[in-house]
Design a protein around this ligand. Structure first.
Ligand code: SF4
Length: 360
């Protein structure tokens, strides 16, 4: 492919971008935020923080990161942690598959490298759950390797600086953007360059009309600003609409216990606990029939209201019910858990918290 067909023009078309690295690093040296994973950017800390930061705000991640490394200080501890404890440490961060992948990555690092991750991009990229971006971030920040890490912030910054109208959700745009980052990178400080680009996207080159161009250290290089086109970039193809699902959450209570089950590993919210969760919005008669069909007797039925929870591809419209029963036995994979043990003993997704908290 010729340079001319690149979706992000390189130095041959924009020789002025040779100044970007120095301007950016000078700004970063004076303005970098103090973040706990920056104190000691070990491979473990960088991998953990990068995985936690996917889909999650920095302010949310900080206390989770601190708690996590206090309880599980290295790959060895993470590789042998019980799933319930792991999920409790992750509870509230969402996207729980990330936690399972992290543990699997730690197991691989123990098995293959005795707990010491090698300074090798391809070895990092082969770990479970690690994609191009995370591998690039660990390689450059933890090991100082000159490898690009292209996330949404970096795509936005470089689409604006170069004025690229490419759809940044396309794989080719990410590839061309990575090539440009590698070309512009200060190879003496790859980790700082990676973090400086991300930082610029996070605090200055904000999405939409929130960009703070007047105080941007690279504004003299920015084509989008020169063309008064900042809010329109980057271009993103419209997302597919989320699938809409109606669910009924039955908090079936008997004496001082609540009926729960553990969701299957590997799927949505895998390994977490939930109350009876049924498709559709059940009527009161249908809930009574559900209890009766399992040998129980309905004592009382109270509405817990409606809530909505958004996943990446699905939207759940949930109706909650508190169902007091008698005579119901455990069934299928459901079992009665003492109410007093639920908060600490049974990690549960935030999707259900609004209902569960009404009965604990
Ligand atoms: S000048 Fe504005 S649009 Fe351009 S990189 Fe800086 S903040 Fe982003």
């Amino acid at each position: 492919m010729s340079t001319d067909s690149k979706l992000f023009p390189g130095l041959s078309q924009r020789p002025d971008l040779i100044d970007l690295s120095a301007l950016l690093l000078d700004w970063y040296d004076r303005n970098a935020r103090t973040l706990p994973w920056r104190d000691d950017p070990s491979p473990y800390h960088v991998l953990l923080s990068e995985v936690m930061l996917q889909q999650t705000q920095v302010e949310t991640v900080i206390p989770y990161f601190r708690r996590f490394i206090a309880e599980l200080p290295d790959f060895a501890a993470l590789s042998v942690v019980e799933d319930a404890r792991l999920l409790r440490l992750w509870q509230g961060l969402g996207y729980y598959r990330r936690a399972h992948y992290l543990k699997r990555a730690a197991i691989e690092i123990m098995r293959l490298y005795g707990g010491v991750l090698p300074a090798d991009y391809h070895a990092i990229r082969r770990l479970p759950g690690v994609g191009d971006y995370t591998a690039g971030a660990v390689a450059s920040i933890a090991f100082g390797l000159p490898v690009a890490a292209v996330d949404g912030n970096v795509l936005r910054v470089l689409a604006r600086i170069t004025g690229s109208k490419a759809d940044v959700t396309a794989a080719r745009a990410k590839k061309d953007c990575a090539a440009l980052v590698t070309e512009l990178m200060d190879t003496r400080r790859p980790g700082d360059f990676t973090q400086a680009l991300m930082e610029l996207g996070a605090v200055i080159c904000r999405p939409g009309a929130q960009a703070k161009c007047a105080c941007c250290p690279v504004n003299r290089l920015c084509l989008a600003r020169a063309q008064n086109n900042v809010a329109a970039l980057p271009v993103k193809a419209p997302k597919k609409p989320r699938r809409q699902e109606h669910r009924s959450l039955l908090l079936i209570r008997q004496k001082d216990a609540l009926l729960l089950r553990r969701r299957e590993d590997g799927g949505l919210l895998g390994g977490l606990y939930e109350p009876v969760n049924l498709p559709g919005h059940l009527t009161e008669a249908e809930i009574k029939a559900f209890v009766t069909a399992r040998g129980g007797r309905l004592l009382a039925l109270d509405s817990l209201g409606e809530r909505r929870h958004l996943f990446t591809h699905i939207s759940w419209h949930m109706r909650g019910w508190l169902v007091d029963t008698q005579g119901l036995c455990d069934f299928d994979d459901h079992f009665f858990a003492p109410l007093s043990e639920i908060a600490d003993g049974y990690p549960m997704p935030s999707a259900f918290k609004g209902f569960i908290n009404q009965v604990l």
